[in-house]
Design a protein around this ligand. Structure first.
Ligand code: SAM
Length: 201
């Protein structure tokens, strides 16, 4: 299982999502939409071994979490506006209690809570905090195994939007010293795992 938790510091958590203003009025929801697409989509389909939790922290009101489950998703298309539409459908509903996940559309669950709750739920995963200033995520002197067998049962990556990730949770690991867009960072994580590159954990 590959998991991605993305923090949306200003991302709108409740109400009518402005589909024509995802970057502005919706609080950089465009960044989260790109992240969830990069985590779940290949060129021609969905990655079934992936779960993504978006953390909507921009209000109004308490933080909200949206969980996308690759094995269960239906109607998830490679089109940003359509993915934003799924998010819009979820956040116009009343916020569920922390610990309760309500399925809004197939494979998309809506819940209360914050990163600490996600980390508790993912306690069977190795947690990696993606941070350009950390040690490299991969072992640099290793060879790629011929069979490209994925080398982790369950791994969870923590990322932020355009603002710094303010947590000390997880092992800090870097994809290089250049700060990248979050969705590019996710694509590199998939590449390393798809190719069976040995990780430095
Ligand atoms: C646009 S970056 C955030 C940049 C923000 N200014 C900061 O200081 O964190 C979005 C996320 O992508 C991940 N990321 C970007 N570049 C990375 C890199 N070179 N190595 C590891 N993670 C990276 C980080 O998790 C980061 O929070």
């Amino acid at each position: 299982m590959r998991r991605f938790a993305v923090i949306g510091h200003r991302a709108m958590s409740k109400g009518k999502l402005p589909l024509n203003d995802l970057a502005g009025g919706a609080g950089r929801m465009d960044v989260l939409v790109r992240a969830v697409m990069s985590a779940l989509l290949t060129s021609h389909g969905l990655r079934e071994n992936v779960e993504v939790i978006l953390h909507l922290q921009g209000g109004p009101g308490p933080h909200r979490r949206l969980k996308f489950v690759g094995t269960e998703l239906r109607g998830f298309h490679a089109e940003e506006r359509s993915v934003a539409g799924l998010i819009a459908k979820a956040i116009r509903e009343p916020l569920p209690a922390i610990g309760q996940w309500i399925e809004r559309t197939p494979g998309l669950y809506d819940g209360g809570g914050q990163l600490s709750h996600t980390l508790k739920e993912w306690n069977d995963s190795t947690i990696v905090r993606l941070d350009a200033n950390g040690e490299r995520l991969w072992k640099q002197d290793c060879t790629i195994p011929n069979d490209s067998t994925p080398n982790h049962q369950s791994i969870a990556f923590l990322l932020s939007d355009d603002q710094p990730l303010e947590t000390e949770e997880g092992i800090a690991r870097s994809l290089g010293t250049t700060w990248l867009q979050g969705h590019h960072a996710i694509a590199i994580c998939h590449f390393l795992l798809d190719e069976g590159v040995q990780l430095n954990l």
